[in-house]
Design a protein around this ligand. Structure first.
Ligand SMILES: C[S@@+](CC[C@H](N)C(=O)[O-])C[C@H]1O[C@@H](n2cnc3c(N)ncnc32)[C@H](O)[C@@H]1O
Length: 258
């Protein structure tokens, strides 16, 4: 067994994260960068340190999971959601939508969904679950305090209505938005999925997974959606042979459960 094979086994035992499901070259590069920074030369030395040092372990997990996000990321896709997907979902289910923002990172994505719903569909009751593997980003999301670059793409009407600029230059999100999201820690590769969602938004995380892990997640999303529910994925992602797993590509980056 190579050093890396053993390292993957050890990490799975220690943290519950299965590195086999992530693309290997990318993971190795990130692990190498971090372990070198701490001064370790072998996977085993690095692992022995991670076992003992909770601070390093936390940093390792955060570093591994790449947390970049922003409000209204890729605006054209949100416009499709507002003008096509949500209106279609509401033709079946006029009063309430159950939505899951999976791998939500610092909360930018679920909060964007709530703003859109409040602005454009104010009479619809929304239940929004937002999850991520990394508990540190969930803590950040619950703080609701963002740098200007996080909201650079967000239409001004939302910035004016829902953010307050603080003395330190950060933007504080209003309680009205924050209270509409339920955050939970959740591992897409290991934990149970809730069901009956009208819409699942899962963007910019599947790119890190192997093809096998991705397919498994897509199948599980399919089971978690209501019939004719939608899956919204990231701009560099696609479901290969979507129809074979009963997803119909409807608009770019939106797949409908059939
Ligand atoms: C690049 S961010 C994407 C954030 C947001 N969806 C967006 O597109 O702006 C990727 C997120 O996936 C999370 N992640 C990585 N592996 C995961 C897993 N196995 N289960 C759940 N979340 C995971 C990371 O913690 C990180 O917050």
């Amino acid at each position: 067994m190579t050093d890396y094979e053993q390292f993957k086994k050890d990490i799975l035992e220690l943290t519950g994260i299965d590195l086999n499901a992530y693309k290997e070259r990318q993971m190795k590069r990130r692990i190498h960068t971090l372990s070198t920074k701490y001064g370790f030369k072998t996977y085993n030395d690095f692992f022995q340190d991670l076992k003992k040092n909770a601070e390093h372990r936390k940093h390792f997990m955060n570093y591994l999971t790449i947390n970049v996000s922003e409000f209204y990321r890729n605006p054209q896709q949100w416009e499709v959601l507002e003008s096509k997907v949500i209106p279609e979902l509401l033709t079946k289910n006029k009063h309430a939508l159950k939505i899951w923002s999976a791998a939500c990172s610092t909360g930018d994505e679920p909060y964007t969904i709530i703003m859109i719903m409040k602005e454009m569909f104010p009479n619809v009751k929304v239940s929004l679950l937002a999850t991520d593997l990394d508990d540190k980003v969930i803590e950040y999301a619950k703080e609701g305090c963002y740098a200007q670059k996080s909201i650079a793409n967000l239409p001004q009407k939302y910035v004016q209505k829902y953010f307050k600029k603080e003395a330190n230059g950060m933007y504080r999100l209003s309680r009205e938005i924050m209270d509409c999201v339920e955050f939970k820690q959740h591992n897409l590769l290991a934990d149970r999925y809730d069901t009956n969602f009208d819409l699942i938004v899962c963007r910019n995380v599947l790119i890190y997974f192997t093809e096998e892990a991705k397919l498994e997640v897509f199948k599980r999303f399919h089971s978690s959606l209501r019939p004719e529910g939608y899956l919204f994925i990231g701009s560099t992602e696609q479901i290969l042979q979507a129809r074979s797993i009963h997803f119909e590509p409807q608009f770019s980056f939106f797949y409908k459960k059939v």
